[in-house]
Structures are given as C-alpha cells and as structure tokens.
Ligand binder design. Structure first.
Ligand SMILES: CC/C=C\C/C=C\C/C=C\CCC/C=C/C(=O)SCCNC(=O)CCNC(=O)[C@H](O)C(C)(C)COP(=O)(O)OP(=O)(O)OC[C@H]1O[C@@H](n2cnc3c(N)ncnc32)[C@H](O)[C@@H]1OP(=O)(O)O
Length: 306
C-alpha cells in the first residue's frame, strides 16, 4: 500500500535532494537498505540514444517503453560485437529505469539466425571465451531484468534467436516464419540456461519434446504449444501488441512486479551464476571436437549453397 502510494506520486521528475529525503523517510519506515531504495525509485529519465549501430534503442518518452532493435545484417547472427552491444544496451535500460522493453529486428525476414556460426567454426579460444561470457551476460541481464520484456518476432528465430525471444516475458510473432531450438539437429547439447528459458515458457513435456527433437515450429504451431503468445500480421502490429502487454503493468506496483519476476526466475539465474566457468568448459570441449567442427563447417557450406 505504502509502496504503491509512493510509486504513484513519483512519476514526475525528482531532484536528487527530493530523492534523498524520500529515500530517508521510506528507509526509516520500511527498514530497507538505502541503496536498494534508490535503485527502486521509478523511472525519472528516459533516453533515445544512437547507442551502437548494431543495437538501436528507442525509448518512447510518454510510455517509457524502449524498442531495442538488433541491426546486424543480413540475419542478426549473434557475434561477440552484437552481444557486447546488447549487454551495454541492457545496462543502460536498467540504469534509466525504463518501464518495459521490446526486442525486435531490423532484418526484414529474420529476427535472429542464432549464434553467428563464424564464432563457432575454428574458434580462437580467447575470443570464444569473451563471446561465451558475453552471451551468458546477455542472458542473465535479459532474463533477470527488473523491467518487463517482450519480443516482437518479425522473422525467423531459430536456435539462439528463439533463445533471445524466450528470455523475454511475452512473445508476439508474425506469420509464416519458423521458431525453435534446433540445436540437437545440429549435434549440439543445449546449455543449462537455454533449457531453463524453455521450461519457463512451455510445459516441461513440451520443452522435452522440443529440445530432444530440435523442432522448428511454424508461427501457428508455436502458438499452439505456448512458445509464443500472439500472432500479429506484421512488425508494427507485433510491436503494438507487445506495448499493450507491457502497458498492463502500469496499474501494478513496479516493485512488487519486479520482485515477483525475480523470485520466479532466481533459481535459473543462480544455476548459471554458480557454474559459468563450467558451462564454458563443457561447451568449449564439445565445440572443438573434430566431428562437431566438421558438422559446423558442412552446415555453413549448406547455408551458403542455398
Ligand atoms: C551448427 C552448430 C553446431 C554446433 C555448435 C555447438 C554448440 C552450440 C550450442 C549451444 C549454443 C546455444 C544455442 C544456440 C545455438 C545457435 O544459435 S547455433 C546457430 C543455429 N542457427 C541456425 O541453424 C540458423 C541458420 N540459418 C538459417 O536457417 C537461415 O539463414 C534463416 C532461416 C535464418 C534465414 O534464411 P534466409 O533469409 O533464406 O537467409 P540465408 O539462409 O540465405 O542466409 C543469408 C546469409 O546469412 C548467413 N547465415 C545464416 N545464418 C547464419 C548464422 N547463424 N551465422 C552466420 N551466418 C549465417 C548465410 O550463410 C548467408 O550467407 P551468404 O550466403 O549471404 O554469405
């Protein structure tokens, strides 16, 4: 009650002085740590920044909702540089206390083709370590964000593309595309954090079937199993539907919402936090197997031949 009252009266700009006074009063009342309270203050400043050419962040000043657009042509292959740009964008969004974020793509028919296969083929260990660590960072920040998230899936979303979408809380997809975690079809074992995101999205049974078979679902079938939440005819509509989803939180205490999300996802986040190095080692040793390298090389060739 007190928190809701506090939030509903702090949507206007607060000077640092006002912030300190409010923090002090509430800190005394609730016996909460001061730093935590400052972190919880509602959004006071939104930004639209040119950020990085690989990730465009556009924040609507009125709604406080950010549209985060991946922009690495032709297929938003997830490279180290794209992950770095996403990681930085997620930090900026967290620091600016936006009211929600929508992840989408500037590629006309692809949301993301997943991990950039060039990062996986004949990898240099030092670069690959940075790549994998930044990939983990992005997942921890996206899956564990304090603000609500949605994905406007305006194209194909195989493997890592699907993974980004299921790290968000809501998914709207355009028709006639494919989405899914096809790793096993490529001879890959899905890492721990990918399995967690999938189980959080569809039933355990569907997750098991989808992951073991490596199924790529049509938009319509993805809706049937709950892998996506809605279908929208084109990108603008998909973004609109995501905005509608995020707008529902305007009437919910952002503190209560964010704590509830965090508590539901905490176990998954901790699971990775506690084994980041091990996760890398397992993946690395699998990746450099000559048979896996051959499979990746052949697969890349088959994509080029198309
Ligand atoms: C094979 C991997 C094996 C082992 C990896 C080991 C371990 C990984 C384990 C876990 C990791 C976490 C889980 C995530 C895994 C991944 O994400 S792996 C990547 C899997 N991605 C795919 O299987 C998608 C492949 N791409 C496609 O199916 C199609 O490109 C598309 C449906 C997305 C789009 O189709 P089109 O619009 O027809 O475009 P093109 O196919 O013509 O592609 C244009 C251009 O882009 C190149 N390309 C496509 N995908 C990738 C990619 N993922 N990485 C790098 N490059 C890619 C493609 O070769 C074309 O290049 P050019 O011919 O124009 O040079």
């Amino acid at each position: 009650m007190l928190l809701t009252l506090f939030e509903s009266h702090t949507h206007f700009f607060l000077s640092m002085f006002q912030k300190m006074i409010l923090t002090k009063i509430i800190s005394n009342t609730l016996s909460l740590h001061k730093k935590q309270l400052i972190e919880w203050l509602p959004a006071v400043r939104y930004f639209s920044s040119p950020t990085n050419p690989l990730v465009n962040v556009d924040v609507n000043d009125k709604s406080g909702i950010a549209v985060v657009t991946m922009n690495r042509k032709p297929v938003n292959g997830l490279s180290l540089e794209l992950f770095e740009a996403m990681s930085k964008a997620l930090d900026d969004l967290e620091n600016n206390r936006i009211r929600g974020a929508i992840l989408t793509s500037s590629c006309p028919t692809v949301f993301s083709a997943g991990l950039d296969l060039n990062e996986l083929y004949q990898p240099d260990k030092k670069r690959f370590k940075a790549f994998w660590t930044t990939f983990q960072d992005v997942w921890l920040k996206l899956y564990g964000s304090s603000f609500p998230t949605a994905a406007a899936i305006n194209g194909h979303a195989p493997a890592g593309g699907c993974f980004l979408a299921i790290s968000c809380e809501y998914r709207v997809m355009c028709p006639d595309y494919k989405i899914g975690l096809n790793e096993t079809r490529l001879g890959i074992i899905a890492p721990i954090f990918l399995r967690a995101s999938m189980r959080n999205t569809v039933s355990n049974r569907e997750a098991e079937k989808a992951l073991t078979l490596g199924t790529l679902y049509s938009t319509e079938d993805a809706l049937k199993i709950g892998l996506i939440d809605e279908i929208a005819i084109y990108k603008v509509k998909a973004i609109e539907r995501c905005e509608n989803f995020l707008a529902q939180f305007n009437n919910v205490s952002s503190i209560a919402r964010s704590f509830t999300k965090r508590s539901l996802r905490q176990k998954d986040l901790e699971e990775l936090e506690n084994c980041r190095e091990e996760d890398f080692n397992i993946f690395w040793s699998n990746l450099i197997e000559p048979s896996v390298q051959k499979q990746i090389g052949d697969y890349m060739q088959s994509l080029k031949k198309k």
